[in-house]
Design a protein around this ligand. Structure first.
Ligand code: ATP
Ligand code: MG
Length: 328
């Protein structure tokens, strides 16, 4: 049976970019016929700067947010990456077939390493661990945001190289393909870079109405619209991209018309957006409150998920070791 895998780092709070670009698709895909594996990739999160106590809290909060967003442990396998040691085992194996040059030219590596004073190796080999995450479960489809498309291309290259050497007659690993949503790359509130947990330009999925408004109010809009009387261009406005994700189709038409005709100011436009966001976010916040009320629920769900994932992972590693000459 073909499988679906994806992951998210507990490097901060789950934000609306993660939700619209990836997690919303996870919720949809768990209803399908393919087995779905979703992972809080805590080992990946070690490649950023972090405090130990923060990571402990964020792992838990990420699990809560994913369940609140609609992941259902009856329909998908949800687990922490570090609870399944085969991820790092397979990553080492893949390190031995991955060309260094391919890693050095990854955009995420270039981007994130430029922000570190002393660049750690884990940042470079991040996509190798990602290939292991996916291929451990023989996943063929990977619901991600656009920023991960290049890493998936590398996963396919790693799969091909391993297969060519150790399973030349019949490929053992598949070649995983990305699955994108219409909101494949949401820009941050600064309008300068993609919304990222590590850049502080986010709106958290569980933030309150007041917190969201504090962030929306000063958020970047069409830079050419300086005065209220200047007509705007919704297509270059980050707030309009949020309307496309959160507002009803007729609201989107009204918003675009008011903007192009300078019939209203950006603040009025943002107020309508805040209302649309409430409709989507209120039930998610409610679920989060319910889940938080029983702390052991999350621990149990994650342990059950890990147990299930380990069964598949062990089987894959057994076959890998056999094909590579690592068994008697
Ligand atoms: P970090 O800054 O720590 O890398 P992140 O916000 O980029 O955090 P990740 O855990 O790296 O989040 O990615 C989780 C998923 O969310 C991935 O599938 C990624 O492609 C997707 N994603 C991240 N940011 C965006 C965005 N701005 N728009 C759409 N999808 C996104
Ligand atoms: Mg990221």
């Amino acid at each position: 049976m073909s499988r679906i895998f994806s992951g998210i780092q507990p490097s901060g709070e789950l934000h609306i970019g993660n939700y619209l670009g990836a997690v919303q698709n996870w919720v949809r895909l768990q209803e399908g016929r393919e087995a779905t594996y979703f992972c809080v990739v805590d080992l990946h999160a070690l490649t950023g700067n972090y405090e130990v106590a923060d990571l402990r809290r964020r792992r838990h909060e990420m699990a809560v947010s994913l369940l609140a967003a609609g992941l259902d442990p009856e329909r998908c396998t949800l687990f922490f990456q570090s609870a399944v040691p085969q991820h790092t085992e397979l990553a080492w194996i893949f390190n031995t077939v991955t060309p260094l040059g391919e890693l050095e030219r990854q955009t995420q590596y270039k981007d994130k390493s430029s922000r570190q004073e002393s660049v750690i190796t884990g940042l470079l080999t991040y996509p190798v661990l990602q290939a292991a995450d996916i291929l451990l479960y023989h996943a063929t489809r990977v619901p991600v945001g656009e920023d991960q498309v290049q890493h998936l291309e590398l996963s396919r290259e790693i799969s091909r190289r391993w297969n060519a050497r150790f399973a030349p007659d019949m490929p053992f690993f598949p070649e995983p393909q990305p699955l994108l949503t219409p909101v494949r790359r949401l820009m941050g509130l600064d309008g300068q870079a993609k919304m990222s947990k590590s850049l502080g330009n986010t709106i958290g999925l569980l933030e309150s109405r007041e917190q969201i408004w504090e962030k929306l109010r000063p958020a970047m809009t069409d830079p050419a619209r300086v005065r209220r009387t200047d007509p705007g261009n919704p297509e270059v406005c980050n707030i309009y991209s949020l309307h496309k994700a959160f507002s009803a189709p007729e609201t989107q038409v009204m918003v675009a018309d008011n903007c192009r005709g300078a019939k209203w100011g950006c603040i009025e436009c943002k107020k309508v957006l805040a209302e649309s966001m409430e409709e989507v976010l209120v039930p998610i916040r409610r679920r989060a409150a319910e889940i938080t009320a029983t702390p052991s629920y999350v621990t149990d769900v994650m342990e059950d998920g890990a147990q299930h994932a380990r069964t598949t992972a062990q089987e894959t590693m057994h076959q890998v070791y056999e094909r590579m000459g690592l068994t008697d």
